[in-house]
Design a protein around this ligand. Sequence first.
Ligand code: FAD
Length: 347
Amino acid sequence: MTIHTDAVIVGAGPVGLFQAFQLGLQDIRSHIIDALPHVGGQCVELYADKPIYDIPGIPLCTGRELVAQLQAQVTPFAPSFHLNQEVTQVVRLDDGFISVNTSAGQHFICKVLVIAAGVGAFQARKLAVEGATELEGTHVHYRLGDASRFAGQDVVVLGGEESAIAAALTLTLEAQAPSQQPRSVTLMHRRDVFTAEPLLLQAMRDAVASGKLQLQIGQPTALLSNAQHLHALQVATPDGRTIERPAQHVLVFLGLSPKLGPIAHWGLALERKQLVVNTETFATDVPGIFAVGDINSYPGKKKLILCGFHEATLAAFGAAAIVHPTRKTLLQYTTTSTELHRLLGLV
Ligand code: FAD
């Protein structure tokens, strides 16, 4: 199915969210696409509970709190979110419209595209052990998915952070019917230091104490398989031993790393992996395509949220000239403009 819309925003980070708000003030509705399953970009993925001190008018907030406020602010314009899918292809058509495809098979035709893709799409760090690529999807996994597929099997969960601990605990849940439970669940990390909320850490230690969850400190060094069927992991332990751990499935949660990915192939001018823009409207060299936030490059660029907000504001004015070519794009104040109050749903 193709969605026809005024604007598509690539990236639901802080700048992408504010972009939707600024487009809303210009009477432009938008669809926002993000590769992650949640909004917030780096603020939520990398420092959700850490403080930010340099957002104008907000002396202190966490990454998560800032994103919650941005979500609340954009509510009047009700952007449509398409999460968990990467924008893979962007093509400017001969008629001036822009065609956008995502990894989930969704297709958009839009008048303007704003790329707010930050440092790129976050992708799971891959397991750097020989044979892991060949076993990906069958025995090596980067997301939990349907836990019942591990019924009666030995599962090793790799990682020391919240996502790994949460996945390991989910697999040990008593709520699952016994026939659906894995035979064994092992949480493996290179050292006995785990990072997560205290409650989750306590639940993990309790599960280990009760024997529901096994803990293995060490690093995987080989995947032992027969005819593409995994049966064990070879593990180097901190005391210098090499052991084997039964495993038909390995769940890998070694963090996420940003990848510029497909953006490099959309025919847009790049400078050191960033999109070149003019600072009047933050347009790229392709008409109708704008770039804001950490993804763009121009003289004096600073990768700060505040700067991204300014860029999004000017990009919205640039977008309005394309989406509403016959309207005059006047500067209006949200304080006093009845037109903006109408758009904000206040009158
Ligand atoms: P991002 O936050 O990176 O969001 C981009 C989004 O686009 C991501 O969610 C990504 O998944 C998505 N995406 C990318 N490519 C695609 C694609 N092809 N398809 C679909 N989705 C895609 N800045 C400050 O101003 N103050 C601070 O105190 C501050 N502290 C920081 C602390 C840390 C630890 C870090 C790492 C950064 C900090 N920053 C701070 C910088 C700030 O986080 C960034 O400037 C800001 O996140 C940029 O926002 P953005 O929306 O441009 O990009």
